[in-house]
Design a protein around this ligand. Sequence first.
Ligand code: T3D
Length: 264
Amino acid sequence: MSYEQLIVDQEGDVLVIRLNNPDRLNALSPVLTRELIGLLGEARDDPGVRAIVLTGEGRGFSAGADLSTLQEPYLKGERPQLSVFLRDGYNKLIPLLTDTPKPVIAAINGVVAGAGNSLALACDIRIAAESASFSTAFVKIGLIPDAGSCYFLPRVVGTAKALELALLSDKVDSATALEIGLVSRVVPDDTLMKEAMELSTRLATMPTAAIGLTKRTLREAGGLSLEDTMEREADVQDQAAATDDHLEGVLAFLEKRPAQFKGR
Ligand code: T3D
């Protein structure tokens, strides 16, 4: 399958997706968004994909909505109905990252802004290159955070910091991003992909079903009481315990040997 604005490689069980609209810092054009939705849908159902790395080509991770694609109506003073654009694009894209049972690592290689920040926030683990920088950006063009940022930001950095980031939209460097928990690791630029591949390769050898169930249950717990969360854990644990990988994990422990997980 060939793509206009994605570069896609499969390395073992790891799918590496590189956003490829570099002249616009990988802004999320309709083409790029559509291609990403299609690819993530296929990856979700592909047993040969057990981890996903998302990164950007050039000096950007993603600068958010591709503002050039909407310039025609704006230059005429028209107001496109953004809800249509959001529901057809980001509102389909973002759940494909959060709901996929595969771990998704954002290898943040450079500039992040607007919905590009939402995209990174929807990934499970964020590693940033030292030169990466972050901006919510929305308010600078008179918009509210979208593509899930209103959901993710307070959960990731806390409400007070989320408000500061969203209202001021100041540029945040990678050291600050690490300090406030926006990313969990910062690495030298030239080792970013090595780190991301090591991490994703490791995750791809782990019990994939348990990883998917963990993602889902942790997210659901955000809206539940402790009692309801433990009930949910009990139900989901039955599903995890029914996998071959659970049996293999216990047997490997008892037999004092490394486990060979198959992802099922
Ligand atoms: O309206 C809707 O579509 C609704 C949806 C909204 C969701 C959103 O994501 S809203 C937020 C959209 N994003 C932005 O507003 C960010 C716009 N970009 C910037 O503010 C700056 O580019 C950055 C702070 C991200 C980076 O600055 P810098 O100085 O490192 O780079 P630059 O020179 O500004 O950008 C390099 C090129 O990328 C430049 O093109 P040129 O002049 O070399 O031909 C610039 O126009 C282009 N570019 C950057 N961001 C976008 C973009 N082109 C289209 N869309 C972009 N978002």
